[in-house]
Design a protein. Structure first.
Length: 274
């Protein structure tokens, strides 16, 4: 009797809830990540990086704040629409994907120039044009600005205050950020255990769509649109040559180190080209 009770208490699936079979959760995370259920304030760990992104400077910011801080070009704690626009215009990545027997390296070079020969590395450049950048900047700042303002009166400049970015968290998301902007490893891993059916560490466009559909909250129209927009932009920017979005690219997007790494690689590439 006690054994049956213990088995039921740890069951991940319910016989009469088919969706629990279709979207399984992992039961081995305690072996991969220290306290995977505990929300992290400063780092974004996963099973391959149990202590987060090595070398990434969090500067005392929450993981959600780190995600946004790259867009703060003058580092004053506020992201204006023209800063969002500028980042979108220069957000042109070149992906160099290396495969080995144990893991995949993804090098992202900011800009179109690369020290690597294109015919050997399968380089692919992606970027936003002027019109797309204007639209993205208008949508992002227009949607997020008011929730982050320190007062009640709206600003005609649509600033996003990084200090209050947790207030702009919308529903129908992956649940990887909590309501204070912390990062929850178990929810991040659930993205892949539930929806990555083709490859365990990557998501196809179809799987991304199913994920955003599966995470929807009833009557949350703003959240539905926000999730589709965010994941769509990330897919366009970071998909590999096979049309998949890698787990590592997604994780590093969550803590903002993806953008910083691009800038660092760009500086190195420019130095080599001189």
């Amino acid at each position: 009797m006690d054994g049956e009770i213990e088995k039921d208490s740890l069951a991940r699936e319910a016989p009469y809830a088919p969706v629990t079979h279709e979207r399984p959760v992992r039961d081995d995370l305690d072996d991969k990540i220290p306290k995977p259920y505990m929300a992290r304030g400063l780092q974004a760990p996963d099973t391959e990086n149990p202590y987060g992104t090595l070398g990434h400077q969090h500067r005392g910011l929450s993981v959600l704040q780190q995600h946004v801080a790259f867009f703060d070009l003058d580092e004053n704690g506020i992201v204006y629409p023209w800063e969002t626009y500028t980042v979108c215009r220069i957000m042109k990545y070149t992906f160099v994907v290396y495969y080995s027997s144990h893991f995949t390296y993804i090098s992202l070079l900011f800009g179109s120039s690369s020290p690597y020969p294109q015919q050997n590395t399968g380089l692919r450049a992606i970027g936003f044009n002027i019109i797309a950048s204007l639209i993205v900047a208008a949508v992002i700042n227009g949607a997020l600005s008011y929730a982050t303002l320190p007062g009640w009166f709206p600003s005609p400049f649509f600033p996003i205050h990084i200090h209050n970015i947790h207030k702009a968290k919308h529903g129908s998301d992956s649940g990887t950020y909590d309501t204070e902007g912390r990062y929850i490893p178990v929810n991040f891993e659930s993205i892949f255990s539930k929806y990555a059916h083709t490859k365990p560490d990557k998501l196809s466009l179809r799987e991304l769509w199913k994920m955003t559909e599966g995470q929807r909250v009833a009557f949350d129209i703003f959240g539905w649109m926000g999730a589709k927009l965010e994941w769509g932009l990330l897919y366009v920017l970071a998909k590999d040559e096979e049309g998949f979005l890698s787990k590592e690219a997604i994780r590093r997007c969550f803590d903002g180190s993806l953008f910083e790494y691009c800038a660092k690689m760009n500086r190195g590439a420019e130095a080599k080209m001189r």
